[in-house]
Design a protein around this ligand. Structure first.
Ligand SMILES: Cc1cc2nc3c(=O)[nH]c(=O)nc-3n(C[C@H](O)[C@H](O)[C@H](O)COP(=O)(O)OP(=O)(O)OC[C@H]3O[C@@H](n4cnc5c(N)ncnc54)[C@H](O)[C@@H]3O)c2cc1C
Length: 302
């Protein structure tokens, strides 16, 4: 899309606030990904609705939280990226056991705040380095906890910028998979917990410490690349397929946790995608099981 055409897509109100050709490597935890044509961070939900309403209805939209489960290809993203992180950040306790959180709130903040409020079990949110919006889209979970087990209601925005209130009954919810009304994205949720004494503070620290022993935390990754097949662990299948340490370009299968792929600094999205395919094919050949990627792969090849 050329610059002139892009500007003509936007009303004057937004044309100065929308960024152009933003490298998605700055917005993903793998630190790879080519440019987004348009990149917008809303002020709030009203602002976001107004932004969406003035876009051409066929312009593709990609909603992004913290990019911790996202492989953006090297050619980048056509259309508009909507970044909820740093926006949609409301977090409130609305009753004895319920909270209201915006889609841009980091899950770790929900975990910490719930401990302060004496609500739980919300410690599992501390293990998810994404936003609530991403956790809703993925049904993210850790340490036996899962996002949608706590959802009472979600607020969504559709392609015309109209808000909807939805309940879990409107969605098909499975392990790391959520299917709901097409063309809607999450802007907030009401979550329910139980009353719990504040001692869970130490529990979060302990869980994070334990995780550091088994996962390459601090390196550039997207967490687990593949979902666990029923009754199996993707990491075990990859490890016994002899793939630990296998490298393409500057990306390799982690030595510490075989379901993680690490960018050592200069990997391209194409290296990571080629590695994902190689792992898939090898595990299929060795074990006869086709691994399903948990990470979302988007954008154009270079
Ligand atoms: C070190 C590490 C450890 C991890 N451990 C875990 C773990 O234990 N458990 C786990 O489940 N995950 C884990 N993850 C993966 C990741 O953190 C989760 O999937 C998280 O929920 C993604 O949130 P995000 O905001 O980063 O989403 P993004 O990566 O930005 O987006 C992920 C998907 O959600 C969509 N999306 C984002 N926001 C919205 C929205 N508001 N409305 C609709 N769709 C939206 C995106 O379009 C994309 O398809 C880990 C990742 C890392 C890097």
């Amino acid at each position: 899309m050329n610059g002139q055409r892009r500007d003509s897509l936007l009303s004057p109100e937004f044309s100065t606030r929308v960024l152009h050709d933003v490298p998605m490597s700055k917005h993903t935890s793998w630190h790879v990904g080519g440019p987004a044509d348009l990149f917008f961070t809303p002020r709030d939900v009203m602002d976001l609705g107004a932004f969406i309403r003035q876009l051409p209805p066929d312009l593709p939209l990609l909603w992004v939280g913290l990019g911790s489960n996202l492989l953006v290809r090297d050619g980048g993203v056509r259309g508009a990226v909507i970044s909820t992180h740093g926006a949609l950040g409301q977090l409130e306790r609305v009753s004895a056991t319920r909270i209201y959180a915006g889609a841009g709130v980091p899950c770790a903040r929900i975990a910490r705040q719930c401990v302060k409020w004496g609500l739980g079990p919300a410690e599992f949110f501390a293990g998810i380095p994404g936003t609530l919006g991403g956790a809703l889209a993925m049904n993210a979970g850790a340490w036996g906890g899962e996002t949608w087990r706590h959802v009472i209601e979600v607020e969504t925005l559709d392609r015309r910028g109209i808000r909807h209130a939805r309940t879990p009954a409107d969605y098909e919810i499975a392990y790391r998979r959520v299917t709901g009304p097409a063309g809607e994205w999450f802007v907030a949720a009401r979550l329910e917990f139980e009353r719990k004494p504040a001692s869970a503070d130490g529990a979060i620290r302990e869980l994070l410490e334990r995780r550091k022993e088994s996962q390459p935390i601090g390196e550039w990754s997207c967490g687990s690349v593949f979902t666990n097949p029923p009754g199996e662990h993707a990491a075990r299948l990859i490890e016994t397929g002899g793939l630990k340490g296998f490298r393409i370009g500057d990306a390799s299968v982690s030595e510490k946790h075989a379901n993680f792929i690490i960018n050592h600094g200069a990997a391209r999205a194409a290296d990571i995608e080629a590695l994902i395919l190689h792992v898939q094919r090898t595990v299929a050949a060795v074990h006869g099981i086709l691994l399903t990627p948990e990470v979302r792969i988007v954008g154009d090849p270079a």
